[in-house]
Ligand binder design. Structure first.
Ligand code: PRP
Length: 186
């Protein structure tokens, strides 16, 4: 676990409520999930690992190096929070490479499933492009989404009902670079 001085140096003096998941714990879980995804993708079939920007960029970077299969990597830009702390309920989708999805095993990588708004927008959109299979891998899952169109097949950790930052997750675009995941008062 990082000590208090390290945390404050990285947050510019802002204290965290807690460190929820240390860098070491995250790395261990990413290795496990990478092995599970490797086992789930038949050899010789096409794999596309698709991340949601910006939050998934660190998780995806670590995860793809733990998947021992040939693959393509791409990103969607989906944003529902803006600079606010509550989901706006509307997901702005800035880019979607539909042609790259058809006939491939697609693993959609999310940093967190919170209200489920983002997944509920992205899943039907991706399914319309007829992937060979479509699964979701989420690092964190709050389990509060009432009508999730698809449950993640792989989940890193169940997430407490707190505002979480670090390892890609932000508060007003800050703190994405923390190597651990912590909770703050938003
Ligand atoms: C966050 C997060 C997920 C989404 C989850 O993205 O990265 O993609 O919200 O929340 P939901 O389940 O309530 O839809 P955000 O819109 O904050 O954009 P960002 O990834 O660029 O920070």
């Amino acid at each position: 676990m990082p000590n208090t001085d390290e945390i404050l140096a990285r947050t510019g003096g802002r204290p965290l409520n807690s460190v929820l998941f240390s860098a070491e714990r995250i790395a261990g879980r990413v290795t496990e999930i990478g092995a599970e995804i490797t086992a789930a993708i038949p050899e010789g079939e096409e794999l596309l690992v698709l991340g949601t920007l910006k939050g998934s960029f660190i998780f995806l970077s670590d995860l793809v190096r733990e998947i021992r299969r040939p693959m393509e990597v791409d990103f969607l830009i989906a944003s529902s929070y803006g600079s606010g702390i509550k989901t706006s309920g509307q997901v702005d989708l800035l880019y979607h490479d539909a042609t790259g999805v058809t006939g491939k095993h697609v693993v959609l990588v999310e940093d967190i499933v919170d209200s489920g708004t983002t997944l509920n927008r992205l899943i039907p959109l991706l399914e319309a492009s007829r992937p060979l299979s479509l699964e979701v891998c989420a690092l964190l899952h709050k389990h509060i989404a009432a009508d999730l169109v698809k449950e993640p097949r792989w989940v890193g950790f169940d997430c407490p009902q707190e505002f979480v930052i670090g390892y890609g997750l932000d508060h007003s675009e800050q703190y994405r670079n923390l190597p651990f995941i912590g909770a703050i008062e938003p």
